[in-house]
Design a protein around this ligand. Structure first.
Ligand SMILES: C[S@@+](CC[C@H](N)C(=O)[O-])C[C@H]1O[C@@H](n2cnc3c(N)ncnc32)[C@H](O)[C@@H]1O
Length: 493
């Protein structure tokens, strides 16, 4: 590492140690380690330009822009650059200015401003556009009544998080064919909240590269940040006709960097109106689930919903002991163990076991039946993100209704159960490795939402029945048996 960058990295580490976590959290202030900054700077496809206009939005002490300036100096020593670095925290400005001056920019503006105001004014006054923008934006929710939200609304930008606002505004400030490299949480790649943001990006730019890290902890390890981050390289105004480079490294040393190119249609599926961004990993290049199975829940006549019982809202109606008259079984994740073992009543768990039926709770219950259940949060020790269970009604024949707590997702048909083989087949399918790998391509969350389950491709009814009938023969099924059986289905497609 070059000595100027090494010095900046030391300042970063010292700042991180000596700054209170409250201050850091209040400003989303987690600076980028130099090895990541250098990698990000390496993604720009620099053209030999006489003078570059560069922007670092939410610049901190300039970790990112300094890596970019170093890269330009090394690649095109005769080029000069104008640098604008915008930072809200007044106490960082002197260090920021000092760090960037080391690279002798032709013009340097270290602006102590809110980037939203800065961008709004710049766009209003059509002040200037930038050739290269690099950023690690703050990750914070934007209050619905805030001034930021108002300004963004005026610009037609519909976002719920500061990081998305920073990227959207930066794209607006970018010159045609200009390049932007950002490190940001992966959470925007799926989910309906972020759909307008994904559309915004995809309408204005082409995705050149997406980089993912295997370890969640490693990226901002000094700061104990557990967000799953990705790095994205965009080019404004380009049509998405070239492939997208998906790169991957175990950690931030980038020593074992793996790259693969994918047609854009494998990243954002052409027919997907939600524009989910899929990030295939190298191992999965052959196993695109959506090419193997193509049914959706609607075609299967199935629905999936989050368990409607939020326990603290119906405290009075909960029952811990053996259910009395007027009570129905209330299922929590801890009532399920393995594919089809039901631990009800669970003496070890501290949760209620039943719900009393009355006018209010009647609306929350489902008819007793066979169901496929998916945990909304996978247990820490679980290798799979998706953990599905089969709820076998024959184990609980005394009840006409079942209640599902909010930490479960339930597959049902208009609040009634599924055909038994289909429910079991679906459970088997959802527990397969191939589904888990596919899920990880579009979700960085450990949380499984109904929206994600709706997005999955499914086998057809016949295939689900085959899986269910097969699983019925076993008391216990191993993971490799599941994977083999699901692949057998594929071979027979
Ligand atoms: C995640 S840190 C990244 C800093 C730097 N870009 C880096 O990569 O090391 C985000 C920075 O944005 C600054 N920030 C937070 N809100 C801001 C705002 N509204 N306008 C400008 N800067 C802001 C924080 O003080 C912090 O320095």
């Amino acid at each position: 590492m070059n000595s100027v960058l090494a010095n900046i990295d030391q300042i970063r580490q010292s700042y991180s140690t000596h700054t209170t976590s409250q201050h850091k959290a209040s400003l989303g202030q987690y600076f980028t380690p130099t090895e990541i900054a250098v990698f990000m700077a390496s993604l720009f496809e620099l053209k030999d330009k006489e003078r570059y206009k560069i922007l670092d939005a939410g610049a901190g002490i300039g970790c990112l822009s300094s890596a970019l300036l170093q890269r330009i100096q090394d690649t095109y020593p005769h080029s000069s650059f104008d640098v604008t670095a915008v930072e809200l925290d007044k106490q960082l400005i002197t260090t920021l200015q000092h760090n960037l001056e080391m690279f002798k920019p032709a013009k340097l503006e270290a602006c102590n401003e809110n980037f939203i105001d800065f961008a709004y004014q710049s766009l209003l006054e059509k002040r200037q556009s930038y050739d290269l923008i690099i950023l690690n934006p703050p990750y914070k929710k934007i209050n619905a009544k805030s001034k930021e939200r108002l300004l963004l609304g005026k610009l037609g930008i519909e976002v719920v998080n500061l990081y998305a606002a920073f990227v959207a505004l930066s794209l607006e400030l970018l010159a045609d064919q200009g390049e932007l490299v950002v490190i940001l949480p992966r959470s925007f790649c799926n989910g309906t909240y972020f759909r307008p943001f994904r559309e915004f990006i995809l309408e204005r730019s082409a995705i050149k590269t997406i980089h993912t890290f295997e370890s969640r902890q490693d990226v901002f390890q000094d700061e104990s940040i557990l967000q799953e981050n990705i790095i994205m390289h965009l080019q404004k105004g380009s049509t998405q006709d070239s492939d997208v480079c998906i790169s991957h490294s175990t950690n931030s040393s980038f020593k074992n960097l793996k790259k693969e190119s994918y047609p854009f249609s494998k990243i954002v599926y052409p027919a997907d109106k939600d524009k989910f961004i899929h990030i295939p990993t190298t191992a999965q290049s052959d196993t695109q689930l959506n090419q193997l199975f193509s049914s959706n829940l609607e075609e299967l006549g199935l629905q999936v919903s989050t368990g409607p019982v939020v326990d603290f809202r119906v405290k009075e109606e909960l029952c811990f002991d053996l259910p009395k008259d007027q009570h129905v079984p209330l299922f929590y994740p801890s009532h399920f163990d393995g594919i089809s073992s039901l631990v009800w009543i669970n003496p070890q768990h501290k949760k209620p076991n039943a719900l009393r039926l009355n006018e209010q709770t009647m609306k929350m219950v489902y008819q007793a039946g066979d169901y496929c259940i998916v945990r909304r949060f996978s247990p820490k020790e679980q290798k799979h993100r998706i953990v599905a269970h089969f709820l076998d009604q024959s184990l609980l024949t005394d009840y006409s209704y079942f209640a599902f707590e909010n930490h479960l997702n339930v597959f049902h048909i208009k609040k009634a159960g599924l055909n038994s083989e289909i429910a079991l087949g679906l459970t088997i399918y959802l527990n397969s490795n191939i589904v888990d790998q596919y899920f990880r391509q579009f979700s960085g969350h450990t949380q499984i939402n109904v929206g994600d389950l709706k997005k999955l491709p499914y086998p057809n009814i016949e295939q689900l029945k085959i899986l269910g009938l097969w699983a019925n023969e076993y008391k216990q099924i191993q993971q490799d048996q599941i994977d083999q059986k699901v692949m057998e289905l594929v071979q027979n497609v």
